[in-house]
Design a protein around this ligand. Structure first.
Ligand code: AMP
Ligand code: GLY
Length: 420
């Protein structure tokens, strides 16, 4: 079988490595992928935003199955286009990807179907939003409606911060049209849990839970990033919480999307907060998380491609989805300065003995050598029988990847260890 994977980061590398385990897979194309994946896939110089080129390529190469991993192409209808050209896909169509593409849509969906989430107001007028934050409880949370590279959320600790966020999102258009509308919502407190799930629109099969570390520096200090590391499973996600989530959140969301005529197939990601009065949805993503995927997929015992195809064919209920016991930890190694400005083009060496434990997110070839080409350069992942051993083993892998100006958080998993 020939498989095509749209996207270029560590998440895509983890997906590709897992799909490769299937003996029937003879070829994987990465569009565009990155140089760090060249041993695992054929890199094709087509960007994830070039939907028509993706479709032409898939048809020309007679690709058997496509995986669309990033949010933007999903929201822009990449799956719809590939399907129309006869290519079966993993991922939601645009009318379902809106669950991530519009925060107003997802908040209204949750309100309509009684799915627990933070209380909120929607504004399409900056003056009205500014009037509202004069009296709303503080801290408050201001969110741009549309996709904003994960940066459209401001936790406003003061009224001034909330006002500044409204002005920069709605008036200065910091995130373009994504800020035509905003959501202002109640600030929630509690541990966060990421639960990715497979769904064919009929049943929902949660994957192992995980915990992201979004801030750049140790102790959850510094700026928000795309994610500096992850662990799985998340100790805050107890069986009792999992049962509640299934009943109060996961199944109701799948049913709500069906009732709206927006059947969701693919990976639905529930960003949850475990509040005193129960689990609540912080956000939905219409795709695998990055770097959550890098700890979740290594723990998957069953064949990933078979499960993906079952979500497309509506046969997920009959398909085994089994997990290894044990834990995983992924430590992201970034370029000094990230998420601000940083230097690229540094020689990147990944020692042979850890190649199977490294997911490369940002690398390129220069004069035949691997060099860094991104803020988040790679993720070092290890699995072990328990979380402390997985953390230790992941940091051992970090010692075997080398580039100048490398930095990583030293405390990935520390919060989870405290909860154990
Ligand atoms: P997002 O980009 O939607 O993942 O949001 C980024 C982060 O902001 C989340 O991971 C949470 O830590 C935080 N956040 C979002 N919404 C809320 C909320 N209502 N209350 C508290 N924290 C929030
Ligand atoms: N790690 C969070 C995300 O993928 O959105």
């Amino acid at each position: 079988m020939k498989i095509l994977v749209v996207g270029s980061g560590g998440r895509e590398h983890a997906i590709i490595k897992k799909i490769k385990e299937n003996k029937n897979v003879e070829k994987i194309y990465a569009l565009p992928g990155n140089a760090g994946m060249a041993d695992d896939a054929e890199l094709v110089d087509i960007k994830a935003s070039e939907l028509d080129k993706i479709v032409s390529f898939a048809v020309e190469k007679a690709v058997d199955y496509a995986v669309v991993a990033p949010d933007n192409p999903l929201v822009d209808g990449c799956v719809d286009k590939l399907e129309a050209a006869g290519v079966p896909c993993f991922g939601p169509r645009a009318n379902a990807a809106i669950i991530e593409g519009s925060k107003v849509f997802s908040k209204d969906l949750m309100k309509k179907y009684g799915i627990p989430t933070a209380a909120y107001e929607v504004f399409n007028d900056a003056a009205k939003a500014l009037e509202y934050v004069k009296t709303c409880p503080i801290p408050t949370v201001v969110k741009a409606d549309g996709l904003a590279l994960g940066k459209g959320v401001v936790i406003a600790e003061t009224r001034k911060m909330a006002e500044d966020a409204i002005v920069s999102i709605m008036e200065d258009k910091k995130f373009g049209a994504s800020g035509n509308q905003i959501v202002i919502e109640e600030f929630l407190e509690g541990p966060e849990v990421s639960v990715l799930s497979f769904t064919d629109g009929k049943v929902v099969v949660p994957m192992v839970s995980s915990m992201d570390h979004k801030r750049a520096l140790d102790g959850d200090k510094g700026l928000n990033t795309g994610g500096m590391g992850t662990i799985a499973p998340n100790p805050y996600y107890t069986q009792e919480i999992a049962d509640r989530c299934m009943k109060e959140i996961f199944l109701p969301t799948i049913e709500a999307m069906n009732k709206e005529g927006r059947t969701f197939k693919g990976c639905l990601y529930f960003g949850l907060m475990i509040c005193k009065d129960g689990p609540k949805v912080i956000e939905y993503n219409c795709r695998f998380g990055d770097p959550e995927t890098q700890v979740v997929l290594p723990l998957l015992k069953s064949d990933l491609l078979t499960i993906m195809q079952a979500t497309t064919n509506g046969t997920l209920a009959e398909t085994p989805v089994e997990w290894y016991d044990g834990s995983a930890c992924c430590v992201v190694v970034a370029s000094e300065g990230y998420p601000g400005s940083y230097e690229k083009g540094k020689e990147l060496v990944i020692e042979d003995e850890v190649k199977d434990k490294v997911y490369v997110a940002g690398a390129a070839f220069k004069d035949g050598k691997l060099v860094t080409n991104g803020g988040r350069v790679l993720g070092c992942t290890a699995i072990a029988e328990d979380l402390p051993s997985a953390i230790k083993a992941a940091y051992k892998v970090v010692e075997k990847v080398h580039f100048s100006n490398a930095y990583c958080r030293k405390d990935i998993g520390a919060k989870a260890l405290k909860a154990l």
